[in-house]
Design a protein around this ligand. Structure first.
Ligand code: ADP
Ligand code: MG
Length: 289
């Protein structure tokens, strides 16, 4: 039979906004020493809006948005949705596209009007040895904005800055966890400057930036050499890290893959509920001893 305190805790868990999918993971949650949060869609809302457009080499802002949105229309990434919305708001039509391909953790590409069109992050530019233009891009990144670049036939023709909003609940979630003696970290594929800005805003203890999707689980293993760790994430990219962590916690509004890979689901998508999970695990298993 299920001990009474556990049965009661399951009911409290439901009231507190989380769903326990794996009971032994919930038990492990009492000893957690660190929580690693994904950035986009977990600590932030994951809804990007285009804030700045840079056009290079004779292109107009609208040219840049139109070409970028043409490729991004085939992607489900939160950045892609923001770019497409921006084109819609400006009443721009999209061009026909062929050979669409996503480059995981880096961007998207396709062929439009006979040209190879790519929308990529700064890591891709660095890899190809393409200069990211003048200091404007760094200025935007230091403001916490995510910058992506438009390449047409390998030539840099524009850049788009997008801002995502930190969830209002994130700051309190971090505060509560730190009060409980739990270290708070962030893992993101985004650029270092953007990550540093978010980490500073939230008072995080550590962050890891520019981490490619297939590297996220390995990062968790690294942290596990120091701490017993929970991962909190929402994306397909986070699924292997959720499985790897001592406790995997998914944001309820996240992708199905993340939810199915997690031990615990935050039904209200509120990061503060991650602190509630640890608090309830500590209370539940203390009572049983
Ligand atoms: P996160 O870990 O923050 O959820 P991802 O691993 O999904 O981020 O993406 C990391 C980086 O890859 C983004 O910050 C961006 O530079 C680039 N990227 C990924 N997908 C796209 C896309 N559809 N369009 C433009 N850039 C993208
Ligand atoms: Mg995410």
């Amino acid at each position: 039979a299920v001990p009474l305190v556990i049965a009661v805790s399951t009911a409290i868990a439901a009231q507190s906004g989380f769903l326990i999918r794996d009971r032994s993971a919930f038990e492990r949650a009492r000893d957690l020493q660190a929580v690693v949060f994904d950035k986009t869609g977990t600590l932030t809302t994951g809804r990007f809006g285009v804030t700045d457009v840079l056009a290079f080499g004779g292109a107009t802002e609208n040219d840049v948005i139109q070409a970028a949105a043409t490729v991004e229309a085939h992607s489900e990434h939160p950045i892609a949705r923001g770019v497409v919305r921006s084109a819609e708001e400006r009443g721009l039509s999209l061009l026909p596209l062929e050979n669409f391909r996503a480059i995981p953790g880096k961007g998207v590409e396709g062929t439009a009007a006979g040209r190879a069109v790519r929308v990529v992050g700064p890591g891709y530019l660095a890899e190809k040895g393409i200069a990211a233009g003048d200091g404007q891009v760094e200025t935007l990144q230091r403001q916490g904005k995510t910058v992506v670049f438009l390449l047409e036939d390998e030539r840099l023709t524009g850049a788009l800055a997008l801002a995502d909003i930190i969830r209002p609940e994130s700051r309190e979630a971090i505060e509560r966890l730190r009060e409980m003696g739990v270290r708070c970290m962030m893992l993101t594929g985004d650029n270092r400057d953007v990550a540093a800005w978010v980490a500073g805003e939230l008072g995080l203890d550590e962050f890891f930036a520019g981490v490619l999707p297939h590297e996220k689980a390995a990062k968790i293993r690294e942290v596990q050499e120091r701490y017993r760790v929970a991962m909190v994430g929402d994306g397909i990219n986070d699924a292997p890290a959720l499985v790897e962590a001592d406790v995997g916690i998914a944001i309820g509004a996240g992708t199905d893959v993340a939810v199915e890979s997690a031990d615990i689901v935050l039904v209200r998508s509120d990061p503060r509920d991650a602190a509630a999970v640890i608090g309830l695990a500590r209370k539940t298993y203390r009572k049983m001893l």
